[in-house]
Design a protein around this ligand. Structure first.
Ligand SMILES: [Zn+2]
Length: 92
């Protein structure tokens, strides 16, 4: 078994000796901290952006379907997204 020097846990005030950065107790807490405060927000942000993109595409697809089913000529929306709708319709 290779020799690994023991040193105090990296958590300030913790007297436990370990050959890793933290003792098992604090390694667990550090992992939990990363999972809770670092990893998850990044994933939420990533999936959030992806979700908004999908949702936006899905919304416009639904609008386009509705416009097409109800005859595009009758479409007279006054939303700030009219230009987007126009581009969608003109591209068909
Ligand atoms: Zn510790």
């Amino acid at each position: 078994m290779p020799f690994k020097p023991l040193h105090p846990c990296a958590q300030p005030g913790c007297p436990a000796l370990t050959n890793k950065r933290y003792c098992p107790k604090h390694q667990h807490e550090v992992d939990a901290y990363y999972n809770k405060n670092l990893r998850d927000p990044a994933e939420r942000q990533r999936y959030g952006a992806e979700w908004r993109r999908i949702q936006a595409n899905n919304l416009w697809f639904q609008i386009y379907q509705a416009v097409r089913e109800n005859n595009a000529a009758d479409y007279s929306g006054k939303t700030p997204h009219d230009d987007v709708m126009e581009r969608i319709l003109n591209s068909q």
